[in-house]
Design a protein around this ligand. Structure first.
Ligand SMILES: [Fe+2]
Length: 228
């Protein structure tokens, strides 16, 4: 089974207090976090010990697309591998980063991932310490994404992103940040060009559902959605 949740922000309680109901999950289960995973952030011993704990204690697979609150150089320092048809950074045996523009086959579903977003709170963050320029996608990543989607005839089952297409951001009552225009415009392009059923995203720190003629969009923070 695939379970999907939103920004975990390095909050250890999410994993140690059975908040997600994960005590029942087995080695056949997958948890996907829609960015702002943030358990690889300070990259210190305490974080590494917690990742070791998750590797040892959790039978299921934990994977995440990146958000904006991630330490990208630390994530990129882990080995890059191919997994289920897409590229990952393997952080632990059962914990990995789903790279941008990849299409994974998970439990018979095609899962497309595209992380990243602009940190709106940059004013209180420091470049290279608490935010990194890689939070926004590069031209190479956009180009590779278009190519990868084309190879799948622009058809997937599930889309996992951190932020959302512009139309959905407006539906939530927000305006896309001017610094995020390229990314949210790209996601809008995906919304129109790619066939999908369910699109899950984090970043906006809300649990809500929006429909339009293209599909169902689920904003996810604390909820855990089960994909049947
Ligand atoms: Fe967040």
């Amino acid at each position: 089974m695939i379970y999907i949740t939103g920004d975990t922000h390095g909050d250890r309680a999410r994993f140690v207090e059975n908040n997600m109901g994960d005590n029942e999950w087995t080695s056949d289960d997958y948890l996907i976090v829609c960015g702002d995973f943030t358990y690889v952030f300070r990259n210190n011993d305490s974080e590494k010990e917690f990742l070791d704990y998750l590797e040892k204690e959790k039978p299921y697979t934990i994977c995440f697309c990146d958000g904006n609150h991630e330490n990208f150089p630390a994530i990129f320092s882990y080995p890059e591998e191919e997994w289920n048809g897409g590229r990952i950074h393997r952080i632990r045996k059962n914990i990995f980063h789903l790279m941008r523009g990849q299409i994974f086959e998970i439990e018979g579903k095609k899962v497309f991932t595209f992380g990243g977003a602009y940190s709106m709170d940059r004013y209180k963050r420091k470049l290279g310490i608490s935010y990194w320029n890689e939070e926004l996608p590069s031209d190479t990543e956009y180009k590779e994404t278009v190519k990868n989607l084309k190879e799948h005839d622009n058809k997937v089952d599930i889309i996992i992103t951190h932020t959302a297409p512009r139309e959905i951001i407006r539906r939530m009552g927000y305006y896309p940040d001017v610094h995020d225009m390229e990314l949210t415009g790209f996601l809008e392009w995906i919304m129109y060009e790619v066939n999908f059923q369910n699109w899950y995203f984090g970043h906006w720190h809300t649990d809500d559902v929006f429909n339009n003629k293209r599909g169902m969009f689920t904003a996810v923070l604390f909820n855990v959605h089960k994909v049947e």
